[in-house]
Write a protein that binds this ligand. Structure first.
Ligand code: GDP
Ligand code: MG
Length: 162
């Protein structure tokens, strides 16, 4: 989905490894973006993983969302090119275990013609229970939307601290 590339763009340095084989990170990595900490949780792009691994992932996520007092919000990455997967469609119910706000970063926008961006946003938003104010179209490649996403993350931090 371009998670490592997006983290590098937000942090402004090559701190996360970009790789051709997605979904390999199983640890939590913490990065600093201005006054906020960005916690890189393992992705769920592993539809073929054994049930046991999928259950362990859900347990980790549910626990983190429900109990992490310092959590100001979630940044959910969605590939601009793809229709939501079954795993994507299951996420709103998981997010609902907590009241934390969700921002959706719609990634790899440079791979979609600009004239289709608005349509992609509205169809993703409709399928995934997201309002358009929660969604930001980004490209780690061109830098499009990166500053907007950074500003939105900082705003979540400020709202949480207030
Ligand atoms: N065109 C384009 N490719 C991207 C973008 N972000 C990541 N990629 C490519 O997608 C692949 C996976 O990227 P990576 O950041 O490692 O994704 P992750 O597996 O989700 O962490 C790599 O080949 C990246 O170069 C983007 O914004 N635009
Ligand atoms: Mg990665």
């Amino acid at each position: 989905v371009g998670k490592s590339s997006l983290i590098n763009a937000l942090v402004g340095a090559n701190v996360a490894r970009v790789s051709a084989t997605p979904g390999k990170t199983r640890s939590l990595n913490v990065y600093q973006v201005g006054a906020c900490y960005l916690v890189d949780l393992p992705g769920y792009g592993f539809a073929s993983a054994p049930d046991q691994e999928r259950r362990a992932w859900r347990r980790l996520m549910r626990g983190y969302l429900a109990h992490r007092r310092t959590l100001a919000g979630v940044v959910w990455l969605l590939d601009a090119r793809h229709h939501p997967s079954a795993d994507d469609l299951a996420m709103p119910a998981l997010f609902a275990v907590s009241k934390v706000p969700v921002l959706a970063a719609v990634t790899k926008a440079d791979k979609v013609p600009r004239g289709q961006w608005a349509g992609r946003l509205s169809s993703l938003g409709e399928a995934l229970e997201l309002d358009e104010e929660q969604m930001i179209t980004v490209s780690a490649r061109t830098g499009e939307g990166i500053r907007d996403l950074e500003a939105a993350i900082h705003q979540l931090g400020e709202e949480h601290a207030a």
